[in-house]
Design a protein around this ligand. Structure first.
Ligand SMILES: [Zn+2]
Length: 472
């Protein structure tokens, strides 16, 4: 249950702290200052008319508008000061990241390089609006932030790259929620000071998770959409099934993202415990330190098949540059616990190695074209009349590290070509690719027209190419 914050605010609005919760949670919204969406850093906005700020009834148009505004502003206020100098939203997005509050009937939300889009769905006697959950909003803002920091992840055909985008969204939800004093106090009390336990903080999007469970009980975690307090262990996603129930890890990006988010929560918990004092102020400070590590790591980490391990190594490198290795032990142990780094990989990253290889990592501005090689996929395998090209994760590694093998030592990452082929096969198995009419053979496998496609086959001068439409 939330408590009302500072009722003496001028021009206050009502908003949820991190999520409305499932229907039986009976949460109370909080009062917060009326957000100035157009302010810097990283301006945000909501498409359509501005309603009265008086709404205190969850579900009403007024409440939903100002609740969304507060969540957007909170996310932009968190990430904005952490961005490398001069970096804001993607050029296609424009000066401000705009949200469409309700685009129609669905249980989803997405970022598509023009803005954020949210939906509603009537289920079991109530209407669930995805924009009413700050967890969902801050997840989507996370996609937009990461797209600026590492634009190559938009087009690379890699399950691990796509899963990292989803993990970054969930990490954004957790880190942005921690910017509220009331959330910090609540999570410290709820977890008895052990942030790696399941809590309101670790449970991402409880209300949306409930609504999806009403339709398919196995599709999401039993207590939310995805719980960061989990016990998954890294496996090369090329070897995993394309889809499966939430209780199992599969190569679907939201499912596989849980490995990295789990390690992140464990690392965050450890980083906070090692502060001299474990109070709300030190938790706020650690949440900013973690954001700096993530920003530096993702802007510099090359797009390689073993991407989770590469980002993990870059976080250790950023820690060596920014904090003189203060958080190294917490990061290493969390990444080893989740199999993202094999023990041999984690211990190969000595202080000396990190020092030597970390020059220029902090403050790096990512390359617009990260040098990804295109590979050709035969079209007939997927019911297309022509072959098409996709970008494979062919960048050169900075750190020679990999995730854990299931027996001993490190796994040998799959080749970039196989990673790309496997990613494409997954997309067609899940019906996520829109294929234009003129490229469909009579064996067409493209999904039904009701589906939300994440990708499409586009024809440009160089021939058909698999292109991303959105991250949902
Ligand atoms: Zn997402």
């Amino acid at each position: 249950m939330r408590t009302l914050q500072n009722t003496q605010l001028t021009d206050p609005v009502w908003a949820w702290a991190d999520d409305p919760g499932h229907p039986k949670a009976k949460r109370t919204p909080m009062l917060c200052p009326r957000p100035d969406m157009a302010a810097g850093p990283m301006p945000v906005g909501i498409r359509g008319a501005v309603p009265s700020p008086e709404g205190d009834q969850p579900g009403s148009l007024e409440f939903r508008y100002w609740n969304l505004a507060a969540a957007l502003r909170r996310a932009a206020d968190y990430w904005g000061p952490l961005m490398p100098l001069g970096l804001a939203w993607r050029p296609e997005v424009g000066l401000a990241l705009h949200a469409t509050m309700d685009h129609g009937d669905d249980l989803n939300a997405y970022y598509d390089r023009t803005g954020l889009v949210f939906f509603h769905h009537a289920i079991s006697g109530m209407v669930v609006y995805s924009a009413e959950s700050p967890d969902v909003v801050c997840h989507e803002v996370g996609h937009a932030v990461l797209d600026s920091l590492q634009p190559g992840l938009w087009s690379v055909a890699s399950a691990e790259g796509a899963a990292f985008h989803e993990s970054f969204g969930d990490m954004s939800a957790i880190l942005c929620a921690l910017q509220l004093e009331s959330v910090r106090a609540e999570v410290i009390a709820e977890t008895l000071g052990d942030l790696s336990r399941t809590s309101t903080l670790s449970r991402i999007a409880e209300q949306l998770g409930w609504a999806i469970r009403e339709i398919n009980p196995a599709a999401v975690d039993p207590d939310c959409l995805r719980n960061a307090a989990n016990s998954f262990f890294y496996v090369d996603p090329v070897t995993l099934p394309s889809r499966g129930p939430a209780s199992r890890l599969c190569s679907e990006p939201h499912s596989f993202s849980r490995v990295f988010t789990g390690a992140f929560l464990r690392a965050l918990a450890g980083m906070w415990r090692q502060q001299g004092t474990t109070d709300t102020a030190s938790l706020a400070a650690v949440s900013v330190d973690m954001g700096r590590l993530l920003v530096a790591a993702v802007a510099a980490a090359p797009l390689v098949p073993g991407y989770f391990a590469q980002v993990a190594a870059h976080m250790l490198a950023a820690d060596s540059q920014l904090y003189q290795g203060r958080y190294g032990r917490r990061l290493r142990t969390a990444f080893v616990r989740y199999g993202i780094l094999a023990p041999t990989a984690a211990t190969s990253l000595t202080a000396d190695t990190l020092q030597r290889k970390s020059a220029g990592i902090v403050g790096a501005v990512p390359l617009e074209q990260p040098g990804l090689a295109m590979v050709t996929i035969p079209g007939e395998a997927y019911g297309l009349t022509h072959s098409f090209a996709v970008a494979a994760p062919t960048a050169a590694s900075r750190f020679s590290v990999a995730g854990a093998a299931l027996d001993v030592g490190a796994v040998t990452p799959s080749g970039a070509g196989l990673v790309a082929e496997s990613f494409v096969e997954d997309l067609f198995r899940r019906g996520r690719v829109a294929v234009p009419e003129n490229l469909r053979a009579d064996t067409d496998l493209s999904g039904d027209d009701e589906a939300l496609y994440t990708h499409e086959i586009m024809e440009d001068g160089a021939g058909p190419t698999l292109t991303r439409r959105l991250f949902d």
